[in-house]
Design a protein around this ligand. Structure first.
Ligand SMILES: [Zn+2]
Length: 133
């Protein structure tokens, strides 16, 4: 069995997530995260890069007790839709909080954390999680 992993692609994604980089349309002002080269609102191709604050609040959340292999050490996992100050909504894991203490409207900020581990190929993925402020 062969397996292909695009290492440059993985690192690009990690970088974008780490930097919380978005693209902003210079015509209609729509913010795209993850970054897109073309505005999906007005079709404009003239977008500029902007770093998001990483600060926001929990809009809604769900607790997952049964999780995929590679994520088990983190179970149960709390997934939340976080609305950033800029208005962008991000689906991400919450960290540093017990599931029973998560509340809608809770203020959170982004931190870089290990997302999962694939023991078969020794790959560790990092990404953004949100922790209470
Ligand atoms: Zn636009």
């Amino acid at each position: 069995m062969s397996m292909k992993i695009s290492v440059p692609r993985v690192w690009r994604e990690i970088k974008a997530h780490y930097l919380l980089e978005a693209t902003v349309c210079n015509k209609c002002g729509k913010i795209h995260y993850p970054p897109r080269p073309i505005c999906d609102n007005c079709g404009n191709r003239n977008l500029f890069r902007r770093k998001l604050s990483g600060e926001g609040e929990v809009l809604t959340y769900t607790i997952q007790y049964i999780v995929l292999e590679g994520y088990r050490e983190y179970a149960p996992i709390v997934f939340a839709i976080v609305k950033l100050k800029e208005g962008v909504k991000i689906l991400a894991q919450l960290t540093d909080v017990e599931p029973e203490n998560v509340k809608i409207g809770m203020r959170v900020k982004a931190v870089l954390r290990k997302i999962c581990e694939d023991e078969n190929i020794g790959l560790i993925k990092y990404g953004i999680k949100f922790k209470p402020v």
